[in-house]
Write a protein that binds this ligand. Structure first.
Ligand code: NI
Length: 170
């Protein structure tokens, strides 16, 4: 087990598209354990392998206190979605940024577990939202891409103001 280093925005590695997992072996199970351990040591509720530089379709979600517990989704596909909502998101790879994103809040997902066993599951709430956020990572998409142009402008302004203030106080 190991805590993995998380790649941060604007590193181009976050824009890579992940491959489906073909081989469900002990190396894959080791990766899944490392992702769970890394997630447990963070304040986040989800993590994709691509955030640790491994371009395979593997992600973990754990929303503390929800009914699902810690879950791994390998080669996930969304089969059905419902109830579009606006949810507040953040990301380990984009530290310090919080923004509202519009997403379905209920999804039906088909995926495989670490042994290659396929399963289907209906998900709701933050678990469903986190799953979709992590699936975006597998496509090289970040939640900040989904913010409105106005919000993006404010983020830029906030970032440049923070940089100015950091200069002023250093
Ligand atoms: Ni993220």
């Amino acid at each position: 087990m190991a805590i993995l280093d998380i790649i941060e925005y604007p590193d181009e590695a976050l824009r890579q598209v992940s491959r489906p997992v073909q081989v469900f072996d002990s190396a894959l199970r080791g990766l899944v354990e490392d992702l769970f351990e890394t997630l447990a040591h963070s304040a986040a509720i989800g993590l994709s392998a691509s955030q640790a530089g491994v371009l395979e379709q593997v992600l973990v979600v754990h929303v503390p206190g929800d009914d699902y517990g810690p879950q791994v989704y390998i080669n996930p596909e969304i089969v059905k979605t419902a109830r579009l909502g606006i949810v507040e998101e953040s990301c380990l790879s984009v530290p310090g940024i919080v923004g509202n994103v519009m997403r379905p809040t209920q999804v039906h997902v088909r995926a495989r577990d670490a042994n290659g066993q396929q399963f289907e599951r209906a998900l709701g709430g933050m678990h469903a939202v986190a799953l979709q956020h992590e699936m975006d990572h597998l496509d090289g998409v970040l939640f900040v891409d989904k913010l409105s142009w106005f919000r993006k402008l404010r983020l830029k302004w906030t970032a440049s103001r923070a940089a100015r203030e950091a200069l002023a106080t250093s």
